[in-house]
Ligand binder design. Structure first.
Ligand code: PRP
Ligand code: URA
Length: 243
């Protein structure tokens, strides 16, 4: 993918991110270690994603004298997308203990790959200026674009997406729908497969965090539904500029 087409895309270059992401992808990494790595990677990506937040001057007293200090200006909201985004919250709260946390529940319909909303308790008017959407996987981009729609309707002035792995198709979808949204990722992978999974990816981020490997319907690598494969082909045509 030509990343220069997307000025809003920020791919981490930190060696610790590369190292931890490789451990995370490894199929032998167990849920406990997987959760730890999601947390560690979230901390590193969060640090980078917050680098352009504004501060305002304040006066503070050290034990020795008064000086000009700084405090974060915008009120920040963390928006984990259930379920998989939950694992990213604690690290972000360590970085910004005063952030508000607003959960959005979405799951991806397995056939249409469209997001289905099932939880949203946002109050009527926005209570924060900057929202960080937390979701480890940006695959078709449908869940992310839907979350941005919700947050914009709520009145959020600025929105950033923080994900561990993105597919080119998802970046194209989100950037086209919402070019004003910054996208911070640890890596952009090759493509989506016919089931809408990111390859090489890491599999199902929710299942790997929470140990829920119950059945074929939630695992990649099974017979692809025709409908799903067609959705992916359409996204890939869009990405290639064929409309
Ligand atoms: C995963 C992931 C994203 C979504 C990404 O969630 O956490 O929310 O898929 O896919 P998209 O970009 O194609 O929309 P999933 O639907 O598996 O739900 P879960 O987190 O509850 O497992
Ligand atoms: N959701 C995941 O958890 N993994 C993918 O590869 C795509 C969507």
């Amino acid at each position: 993918m030509d990343a220069t087409r997307y000025p809003n895309l920020h791919i981490s270059r930190h060696p610790l991110v590369d190292h931890k992401l490789s451990l995370l992808r490894d199929r032998t990494t167990e849920p406990k270690r997987f959760r730890e790595l999601v947390r560690e990677l979230s901390w590193l990506l969060g640090y980078e994603a917050m680098a352009d937040l504004t501060t305002q001057p304040i006066t503070i007293e050290t034990p020795l004298e008064q000086m000009a200090g700084a405090e974060l200006e915008p009120k920040v909201g963390l928006v984990p997308v259930l379920r998989a985004g939950l694992g990213m919250v604690d690290a972000m709260l360590e970085l910004m203990p005063s952030a508000e946390v607003w959960h959005i529940g979405l799951y991806r319909d397995e056939r249409s790959l469209k997001p289905v909303e099932y939880y949203n308790k946002l109050p009527d008017a926005a209570t924060v200026q900057v929202c960080l959407i937390l979701d480890p996987m940006l695959a078709t981009g449908g869940s992310s674009a839907a979350t941005v729609d919700i947050l914009k309707a709520w009145g959020a002035a600025r929105i950033k997406q923080v994900s561990l792995i993105a597919a080119p198709e998802g970046i194209a979808t989100l950037s086209t729908a919402h070019p004003d949204v910054d996208i911070h990722v640890a890596a952009v992978d090759r493509a989506l497969n016919e089931r809408g999974y990111i390859v090489p990816g890491l599999g199902d981020a929710g299942d790997r965090q929470f140990g829920t490997f119950a059945g074929p319907s939630s695992e990649p690598g099974h017979d692809p539904a025709d409908e799903t494969a067609e959705v992916v082909r359409r996204l890939q045509r869009n990405l290639a500029g064929e409309s």
